[in-house]
Write a protein that binds this ligand. Sequence first.
Ligand SMILES: [Zn+2]
Length: 183
Amino acid sequence: MNFSWTAHRFAGGALALDVANSVVLRHDEARRVDRFGVEGQLLSFPKAAAEFSAERAIFGDVVLTAPKDKQAFIALREATDRYFRSRVLCGHEEALLADLLEAIARVLRGGSAANGVDRATAHSALRLIATPDNERMKICGNCGWLFLDRSKNRSRVWCDMTVCGNRAKASRHYRRRKEEDVP
Ligand SMILES: [Zn+2]
């Protein structure tokens, strides 16, 4: 499968969520794709994050670099998804928060570069933990991505109306799902 990092891939509204969302269709075992498992994707992610992430102003003009320890970065991604997904679905769980804090600590202790995407992701996750706005964090009804709903009346259902909103409409209309539905 051929991918490029587009603005849509950063619909999460926070870098930590965009990183969690690098697993496409996480909830669908048969169609799930780990983009960081695809050749070259992890290396091209930091540059795209600096360009498209909703938190890009925080990174400033600094060029984000690849994670120092890929395993620690992926562990952070998984702990981020588990904690926040569970928080949206069933509420805060102390054990999952502890796992996430450990994954964050591992990245911060591991000597990642000051401008490393791993460090930036860890700090993004800390911001999400420190400012819990549970009504704003949602799970897209089409693709299963985590996203922050920053709309005034908090009425968003899709991570990205132009992609998932339209696909959901189309699939309701045709009552079929095809391979190109992959967000
Ligand atoms: Zn979506």
